[in-house]
Design a binder for this molecule. Structure first.
Ligand code: NAG
Ligand code: NAG
Ligand code: NAG
Ligand code: NAG
Ligand code: NAG
Ligand code: NAG
Ligand code: NAG
Ligand code: NAG
Ligand code: NAG
Ligand code: NAG
Ligand code: NAG
Ligand code: NAG
Length: 584
């Protein structure tokens, strides 16, 4: 699949330098790509946040583009034009965007370490059905979430590490009848190598919340060079027990690994009553492993009698409390403090993070910003790379197969419609290939690397020339259907001699079918050669073919049956003012 490199996929090479020990430092490519799904515009445009948007044509070949019928809401920091077109996917089990970050750089030394990928959805009654759908969202063969769209804008964000493979795939899959998946925008931002680097590289972070408590507008790019979206609590009313205070420091140094934007550290949230503490108490419906980053910066230069000091306590219960490692927290003036609250397992539906002033503190706690993530399951390796390469050969040979993107097998059960896979959830093998009735013409490329195949169905195409020898080399093959094609010559003996193979090559008028060239074998009806003395036909019956799902099942079982609800109960972020349980 040739994907042209868009103009705005900037490759800014950070200079690799040699340390005195001559250790090679990897070179990182910088990616900042904003795809306006459903927009066929070939020209890029720049929005009010200085973000450059491009149409989605180069990244996907399937689906249908639409305009919304109800204009998107005007939300601070949010580009409404990107939300007014979308791409919907009425056909196929799953449809994938594929973004090849390194397509034009043949230099294998360029890596993209961690990326942030954001997918946004605005239904806008594009289909006039007044029925916002629910469907499955996936990335690089992993489950991302069950998208439950509403009449507002929702978005999902994931931070993950790319291995050697430089593709980012984002897939949408139907999970319920009449719920057609769609997507409005897809944004990809590479992160600095250090950002979120304390999370092991094989675990994704699913965004649930990112709030800048001191600001009254949304903050994102260009303030945040990674273009994270920092929401505001919105206007505070007269009855509020908290206030926003601007730092009186002439400058604020952001010297922490996750690099929050300066604008987030400029203003902070403080209780009005200096004896009050701060409680953060959201509700989460499932058991998750959560990760929090809290950001602090002192707003006034304290004199010798003033002290601001507090402990971060999770849950605040004697039996189940958890003290963050860096306690007590003393926000630095003119600088930034980041506190990780890592690996908090939430058992109950509600929990709290409490900022409790220490006894010697003369001032109440403050907070600038808080990020909350769900730590996902370990990333899958993806379908066996030999299988993927062989599928690539088939896709190159037959235009009918070209527009299939994403992982062919994962996440289960969302395979490409024309393959079936074994049960391995980390690096599955392709066990069945269904290329029948596709109008394939010409000759087959050698896909013998897919050596876990048990079933190959190539019937009812227009494949020509001799039946290739390699079709007789698959060690696990039990079904080979070449019926109704245009093969000529004779059947290779490696195929006709295979006593376990159910082989069908009827309907190939130029194929020689003689007693020595068998065009139709069925091990179940085969009469064993007399020399074995074995007359029991049962002894030759091969193991039954795999019963994995095939292309006969258009819609996978509803509600992501069989998958862990852990990955699938992502909270959704509704872009409304979020008084997200910050209590005082
Ligand atoms: C959206 O809101 C911004 C300020 O909040 C305003 O400047 C702009 O004109 C609004 N756009 C529309 C289309 O209403
Ligand atoms: C961008 O800003 C201009 C002027 O502030 C406003 O009129 C316009 O509606 C904004 N565009 C979008 C898409 O919000
Ligand atoms: C990649 O790095 C290796 C050393 O690790 C070097 O030998 C090779 O030339 C580099 N490749 C390119 C294309 O720069
Ligand atoms: C939806 O209804 C509007 C008029 O209300 C019409 O212009 C549009 O073509 C309809 N769209 C679809 C997809 O039916
Ligand atoms: C937002 O806060 C700034 C000061 O930080 C203030 O000047 C501005 O009026 C506020 N805007 C709104 C809409 O409250
Ligand atoms: C410290 O600052 C506080 C508040 O501005 C003030 O009340 C107090 O007198 C100051 N103490 C000293 C020693 O300057
Ligand atoms: C996170 O918590 C889980 C369960 O409480 C534990 O198994 C795992 O080892 C922890 N991971 C880290 C990095 O602390
Ligand atoms: C990335 O590659 C390393 C080594 O090649 C491997 O150990 C690791 O499991 C891979 N991670 C993922 C998510 O595939
Ligand atoms: C898949 O796994 C289930 C149980 O884990 C097993 O019963 C089934 O036979 C497996 N299917 C294949 C095709 O391996
Ligand atoms: C099959 O392919 C051959 C040549 O490749 C062509 O002449 C013939 O018309 C094709 N038949 C059909 C039914 O497409
Ligand atoms: C099969 O057909 C091709 C042309 O379509 C021809 O070149 C080749 O010789 C034929 N092979 C046999 C064994 O007849
Ligand atoms: C061979 O395949 C053709 C076409 O799919 C079918 O009609 C026929 O019944 C098959 N023969 C056997 C023995 O399976």
């Amino acid at each position: 699949m040739n994907i042209s490199l868009p103009l705005n996929l900037l490759l800014l090479l950070v200079f690799a330098h040699l340390s005195c020990l001559f250790v090679l430092v990897p070179v990182y490519a910088k990616v900042f790509l904003s795809i306006d799904c459903g927009s066929s515009s070939l020209k890029s445009r720049t929005d009010n946040n200085s973000i450059v948007w491009v149409g989605d044509g180069p990244y996907i070949k399937t689906g249908k583009t639409h305009k919304v019928n109800v204009a998107p809401p005007n939300i601070s920091g949010w580009d409404s034009r990107a939300m007014s077109t979308l791409r919907a996917f009425p056909a196929r089990k799953k449809n994938c965007y594929s973004i090849d970050i390194e397509s034009k750089t043949k230099d294998s030394n360029i890596t993209v370490a961690r990326v942030l990928v954001r997918a946004s959805f605005y239904y806008g009654n594009y289909d006039n059905k007044s029925n916002p759908p629910t469907f499955s969202l996936q990335f690089n063969g992993n489950n991302w979430g069950s998208v439950v769209t509403t009449n507002g804008i929702i978005y999902y964000e994931v931070v993950f590490s790319l291995n050697k493979s430089s593709n980012i795939d984002v897939c949408l899959a139907q999970t319920q009848p009449d719920n057609i998946p769609f997507i409005s925008a897809l944004e990809i931002r590479s992160l600095d190598p250090g950002a979120y680097g304390y999370i092991p590289a094989d675990f994704p972070l699913f965004f649930t919340e990112r709030t800048a408590y001191g600001t009254n507008t949304t903050i994102r790019y260009p303030d945040d060079s990674f273009d994270r979206i920092w929401s505001s609590l919105g206007p505070l009313d007269n009855t509020s027990t908290v206030t926003r205070v601007r730092s009186n420091s002439p400058s604020i140094k952001v010297d922490v690994e996750d690099k929050p934007p300066k604008a987030v550290l400029r203003t902070t949230l403080l209780p009005l009553n200096s004896s009050h503490d701060i409680f953060y108490s959201p509700t989460r419906n499932h058991q998750f492993r959560l990760h929090f980053n809290a950001y602090f910066s002192e707003v006034i230069k304290l004199n010798s009698t003033q002290k601001r000091s507090f402990d971060i306590v999770v849950n605040n219960k004697q039996d189940n409390s958890f003290i963050a490692p860096k306690n007590p927290v003393i926000p630095p003036y003119g600088r930034t403090l980041e506190v990780h609250i890592l690996n908090v397992t939430i058992f109950n539906s509600s929990f709290s993070i409490n900022l409790l002033r220490t006894n010697d503190s003369t001032l109440p706690p403050l907070i600038n910003a808080l990020e909350e993530f769900i730590i996902g399951d370990k990333l899958a390796q993806g379908t066996n790379s030999n299988d993927v390469k062989a599928l690539g050969l088939l896709q190159k040979s037959f235009a009918q197969l070209e527009d299939w993107n994403g992982d062919p097998c994962l996440p289960a059960p969302y395979t490409w419609d024309w393959v079936a896979c074994n049960n391995d959830t980390d690096s599955p093998r392709i066990t069945e290939l269904y290329l029948n009735d596709l109008g394939l013409t010409g000759t087959l490329p050698d896909f013998s690397a897919m050596d876990a195949l048990r079933t190959i169905n190539l019937s009812n195409n227009n494949l020509t020339r001799e039946i290739p020898e390699f079709l007789g080399t698959f060690p696990e093959l039990t079904v080979l259907n070449l019926a109704d094609n245009n093969f000529n010559g004779t059947v290779p003996s490696s195929i006709s001699d295979d006593v376990n193979l159910k082989f069908n090559a009827t309907g190939n008028p130029n194929l020689l079918c003689t007693p020595t060239s068998v065009c139709n074998t069925d091990p179940e009806s085969r009469i064993p050669p007399p020399s074995t003395g074995n007359t029991d036909p049962e002894s030759r019956i091969p193991p039954p073919p795999s019963t994995g799902n095939t292309d006969t099942e258009p819609i996978p079982s509803p509600v992501d049956k069989g998958r862990s609800s852990k990955t699938f109960a992502q909270p959704i972020i509704i872009l409304l003012i979020m008084f997200s349980g910050l209590l005082l």
